[in-house]
Design a protein around this ligand. Sequence first.
Ligand code: NAD
Length: 347
Amino acid sequence: MDAQIKFHKEFDGHEKVHRFFDEKTGLKGFIVIHSTKAGPAVGGTRYFPYKSEDEALDDALRLSKAMSYKCALAGVSFGGGKCVLIAPDSFTPKTEAYLNAYAHELLKVKDIFFTGEDVGMKQNDIEALALVTPNIIGSKAKAGDPSPWAALSVYYAMRGALQFADKTDSFEGKKIAIKGLGKVGMELARLLHDEGAELFLADTNTYCTEDALQKFERATIVPPEEIHKCEVDIYAPCALGREITNHTLHEVRARIICGSANNQLDTPKHGEMLFEKGIVYVPDYVANAGGLINVVAELDKMGYNKNTVLEKCKGIKETVFSILKESLDRSISPNQVSDERARAILL
Ligand code: NAD
C-alpha cells in the first residue's frame, strides 16, 4: 500500500488498498479492504464516472469502512471492503475484455475479498465475472440480486423508526419521498405503495420517473434538486452518498430520514446536527443491510437459506428501534450510537 494513503483524510487503518490500471481495456480503479478481523471482507463493486482518482479512492475508503460497520451491526462474520471502477462516462457499456481484466484483478484478492453488485453494475456483469473468479457473490445461481433485500431492510428500518416516533409502524397515509428510483428505490416504492403510502419521487433518469408514474397511483414526481425539501414523514435517499450536507441539512423538512444510499451523511457531525434539529436519522448502514445479509448467506456452510435472510431483515426493525431509543436516552445522535456499537464489535 502506498505510504501516502495513510495520510488520506478518509484513511481509518484500512488493511489494503490495491490500485489497478489496464491500458488496453481502460480498466482503472481501487480494491480497498477495511478490515478482515471478523472474516473475509465483503462489499459491492461500484462503476461510476468519478471525476478523479482521488474522488474514487475517497469513495472506496469511506464505503469499505461503512461495510465493516454494516457487517458488525448485521451480525455477520465478515469485514468491510469495496471496489470502485472509474467509468469513462455514464454511457459507455463495459466490454467483455474490460470485465475479464477486472475479474483478473479480483483473482489477486480471492482469499480476502468477496464482491457483487453496486451502483453501475448489472446482474449480467456479475455473471460474467463469476465465470472467471470465485470471489463473486450474488450471482443468479446463488443468492441472486441483493437489491430487493436492501429495499426490504430499508422498509423494516422505516417501520422501526415509525414505531419509535409514532408508536405505530403503519404506512397507511404516510408521505414518503424517495430520491433515486433504481434497483433499490423502485422496489422500496412498491413495498410502501402497497401499504398505502403516498409517494414523492425523484430521479435524474426520466425513464425511471415515467415508469414509476405508470406503476404507482399515489405518486408525485419532484425535481431531484427539490426532493429533500419535501414536507413528508420520511425522506429516503436511495441514489448516491453525501446527501446531508451543510447546504441540504437546513432544507430537510422530513421527520425521519431512512434510505438505502451508503454514506448519506457528509460527516458524522451532520448526524449530530440532524439530532439537534429533532430529525430522526436512521444510520444508512443499519437500514440497507438486507443486501449484504442476502449475499453473504450464500457463503454459509449450511447453504443459502431464504427464510433465515428474511428473518434477519425483519430483525432490522428491532435494531433500529433500540438504536433510536439509546440515542434518546443518552442524548446522542443515532449514528453515534451505531458507530459505537460497531466499533465495540470490531475491536
Ligand atoms: P442504481 O444505480 O440501480 O440506482 C440509483 C438511481 O439513482 C438511478 O436510477 C439514478 O438515475 C438515480 N440518481 C443518481 N443520481 C441522482 C440524483 N442526483 N437525483 C436523483 N436520482 C439520482 O443503484 P441501487 O442499486 O438502487 O442503489 C441505490 C443506493 O443504495 C446506492 O447508494 C447503493 O450504494 C445503495 N445500496 C444498494 C444496495 C443494492 O443491493 N443494490 C445495497 C445497499 C445499499
